[in-house]
Ligand binder design. Sequence first.
Ligand SMILES: [Mg+2]
Length: 251
Amino acid sequence: MALKALLWDVDGTLAETERDGHRPAFNRAFADAGLPLQWSQQEYDRWLSISGGHERIAAQLAQLQGAEPEASLVAALQGAKQEHYRQLVEQGALSLRPGVEALLREAAQAGLLQVIVTTSGRGAVAALLDQLLGPLQQVFAFWICGEDVQRKKPDPEAYQLACSRLTTSPQSVDTAEVLVIEDSANGLAAARAAGLRAVVSLSHYGAEAVLADPCGAAAVVSELGPEGQVLLGPPCQGHGLTLSYLQALLP
Ligand SMILES: [Mg+2]
């Protein structure tokens, strides 16, 4: 079967956004508000189990204050955090993970449809793609973002929405011809629940949970590109984790 579409997660997959972007942005927002909160890399791992920045701030404030936080404070912190994230991205705090740019180009040259499927906000995605990809972001046929769905990953809604657009596209892509690239257990669960094949490129925060339960991943790799190692799944026959490796993951 020929691979016709790649569905890309954003956070942790394109770049280490959680470690180098979102976490410091939360900390800057907390500091601005005079709150005695600074999430270390290790501590942030725990807060990441709560999906969504708004929800994460609310849970942290509830713990700090011993009561439900005021909605206005949560909203203000989330707004400040989003602005700090955009600034961090524009200041060059983030870079593409290995192999990502080469695979985007290779897949585009091979005529594959490429789609962004994230449940992060569209503004954060736009800032990141502008900074890290520039004109190369045109390889994406469309984006599914947090604003497009009711439920965040691990719910399959974002992937189901992407699939419904692909199957009705002029190329009429079947879900069996699709491969998802994710970095986390939540993302993998979302893809699998939508009936999709997924390869996991382990990220700083995603690795531990995925390795503990790789629940149906077609492959788990350390990273994409020439230095990528296959940790689970079919061995790589060629030179590095390129499009031909991903193609071989389809039956
Ligand atoms: Mg991710």
